[in-house]
Write a protein that binds this ligand. Structure first.
Ligand code: ZN
Length: 270
């Protein structure tokens, strides 16, 4: 079996310091967590920008400062920037402004779904615009799948030439308003993917440990982090480092080796 890629989803758009004081919000906190997560086994970092008040933002300068810091500190890690729908104005221009920066990956939601507080609105026009920015800037999209129809959408975009093979999917399971994180649903999604594609899973909340364990067994990859899981267990608030360490430990128990950064680049074709 291929080695396991661990992605650390450090910050997200939703979690606040009040919900989990360990969440990295400032540039310095994000860099500190990237170093810790990399040392614990993560090879990809999924980054969200926050403004001075801690609110989600797609602002290019916010992302630029983080990327510059990663470079100046010589941290070798695959950076994946979020273009998610919760960081402000819902246009491709606003959401995709950081795609002008040098990054190896970016997230791309390929359909609409419900969040608890709003619609996760991603029209085909918006998806195509974000996707072409990524392709033109040599950025590999991570295709965010919140429901099974989004796999069909990705296949349609592939046929249209908007996306290019091999695709890399993130199966985002158990977001309220999206597909539940159950073993049956994960098997169904994995079996629905186009051939020769890679996939990772994000298990939100209680679905976290079952979904990442299944992904490790099935040959997929895993995403962990405070963006997906505020709690480490019933009583302890998670840190990003703890979540990466646990994923690496489960992989070790299941005899799946963890990929380093260069191996990850090879697996993902970066
Ligand atoms: Zn995210």
């Amino acid at each position: 079996m291929e080695k396991l890629i661990i992605t650390a989803a450090l910050t997200g758009n939703v979690v606040t310091k009040e919900m989990n004081k360990h969440i990295p919000i400032t540039e310095a906190e994000i860099i500190e967590d990237i170093i810790k997560c990399k040392n614990a086994g993560a090879s990809v970092v999924h980054i969200h920008g926050r403004d001075k008040e801690g609110k989600p933002t797609a602002r290019k300068d916010v992302y630029e400062k983080i990327l510059n810091k990663i470079r100046s500190k010589n941290i070798d890690v695959v950076t994946q920037l979020s273009t998610g729908a919760r960081a402000g104005e819902n246009t491709a221009e606003y959401r995709g402004q950081m795609l002008a920066l040098k990054t190896e990956m970016a997230s791309l939601a390929v359909g609409s779904s419900n969040f608890l507080d709003r619609v996760n609105a991603n029209s085909f026009e918006l998806i195509e615009s974000l996707s072409s920015k990524m392709i033109n800037n040599n950025i590999k999209p991570e295709i965010e799948v919140f429901d099974s129809a989004m796999i069909s959408n990705a296949q349609w975009l592939l046929k249209k030439g908007v996306l290019k093979m091999p695709l890399h999917f993130n199966l985002v399971m158990n977001v309220p308003g999206s597909i539940k994180g159950t073993p049956k649903n994960l098997l169904f999604l994995v079996e629905s993917l186009p051939k020769h594609c890679t996939w990772t899973v994000s298990g939100i909340g209680n679905a976290h440990i079952p979904m990442i364990t299944m992904a490790i067994i099935l040959g997929g990859h895993v995403r962990v982090g405070i963006e997906d899981t505020i709690m480490y267990n019933d009583t302890i608030k998670a840190t990003n480092e703890m979540l990466v360490k646990r994923a690496a430990r489960i992989a070790k128990e299941l005899r799946r080796e963890v990929a380093d950064v260069d191996e990850t680049r090879k697996i993902l074709g970066l």
